[in-house]
Design a binder for this molecule. Structure first.
Ligand SMILES: N[C@@H](CCC(=O)N[C@@H](CS)C(=O)NCC(=O)O)C(=O)O
Length: 334
């Protein structure tokens, strides 16, 4: 049971769909906790220390923030073949950032008028700047051409005798690219059909990825997930790289925050930092002691400037109250 992955997700979330399909590729059993698609998220933040984005995963008392580390865990616990080969992680980065930021404004620029005000306000808080469907509307036309250009790369790869972007079996490149097509198609099926015209290999591949499914999931109540965390011990044995640029030894107090949106500052005690991930220890009355894992690409991390450097005797370090602090020196205006 300790190695069962619990996914905190919701149906419309494209990043969640990426993980659901990755679980399908590996064919592993998982537990499904449905979380709100906007704040408040009272049963998520005690696990994450303030990270609010979707999805989040949990294995016992280890919590994984961001699809990069969730995918790395799926790779670790799932059976062969490997999910990631070649430059799949770089493809995943392109799909998360560049392709997603082409897809998302096409959707919200088109349906913006019908999006509830509360959702727009939430996304404004998430982005730290206006979430402006009117500006996105103006960008829809030029972005459609850019979206199709990126689909053209998939089409070329699939024409070169490959059933999958990752090679001979479905893998990370497939689930990452698919996420964006799924997101557009779910919200704007006509636009997706228009932009996929003539992309026959991509359409056939899309059907193959869809047929992979989501693996075997069983529902779990969000409170039960908190209880599972509380009853478990954070796992050990995570490699620390003493040459890591963070320059903090395990046991030092650190912060982690996303570099793009949802830049909530998460505080904790360094467990390990390596090129793949940074793991911090936190404690919260609702869940006890946890390890919280973040990827390195796309996150700032560094020594925490204030406060004690040890977790012991300091319950609530990195607790939800600190979640919305933004260090002025690390803010990005775009
Ligand atoms: N880099 C993150 C991005 C996740 C992300 O942007 N998720 C969206 C939903 S798909 C989100 O968090 N939206 C706000 C929310 O759900 O509260 C990842 O790979 O997990």
């Amino acid at each position: 049971m300790a190695e069962t992955l619990i996914l905190h997700h919701n149906d419309p979330s494209p990043f969640s769909e990426k993980i659901r399909v990755a679980l399908g590729v590996k064919g592993i059993a998982w537990r499904s906790v449905h979380i709100p698609n906007m704040m408040p998220k009272p049963d998520v933040l005690p696990l994450t220390g303030g990270y609010r984005r979707t999805p989040v995963a949990q294995i016992g008392a280890d919590v994984f923030c961001d699809t990069q580390v969730i995918l790395a865990e799926i790779e670790r616990i799932g059976p062969p073949p490997k999910l990631a080969s070649g430059l799949d992680w770089a493809v995943n980065w392109w799909a998360d950032r560049l392709f997603f930021h082409t897809t998302m404004p096409i959707i919200f620029g088109t349906i913006g008028d019908s999006v509830p005000e509360a959702f727009l306000k939430d996304r404004e808080q998430l982005a730290g700047r206006p979430f402006d469907p009117k500006a996105m509307k103006a960008a829809v036309h030029p972005l459609k051409a850019q979206w199709r250009a990126q689909i053209g790369w998939l089409e070329q790869q699939l024409q070169s005798n490959a059933a999958w972007l990752s090679g001979f079996a479905p893998g990370l490149a497939d689930v990452a690219a698919y996420m964006n097509i799924w997101f557009l198609e779910r919200n704007l099926p006509d636009v997706a059909a228009e932009l996929l015209q003539g992309m026959g290999e991509t359409q056939a591949w899309k059907a193959r990825v869809k047929a992979v499914g989501h693996g075997r999931s069983t529902e779990l109540d969000s409170k039960a997930a908190l209880d599972i965390a509380k009853a478990a011990e954070p796992r050990g044995g995570i490699d620390h790289d003493p040459t890591d640029p963070i320059g903090v030894a395990p046991g030092g107090k650190v912060f982690v925050m996303a570099d793009d949106y949802g830049r909530d500052r998460i505080e904790g005690v360094l467990v390990a930092a390596n090129p793949e991930r940074i793991v911090i220890a936190r404690e919260d009355p609702a869940v006890g002691e946890l390890n919280v894992h973040f990827p390195r690409a796309g996150y700032f991390a560094g020594p925490s400037l204030s406060g004690p450097s040890r977790l012991g005797g300091n319950r609530g370090v990195g607790s939800v109250q600190q979640a919305h602090q933004r260090p002025p020196d690390l803010g990005r205006s775009s």
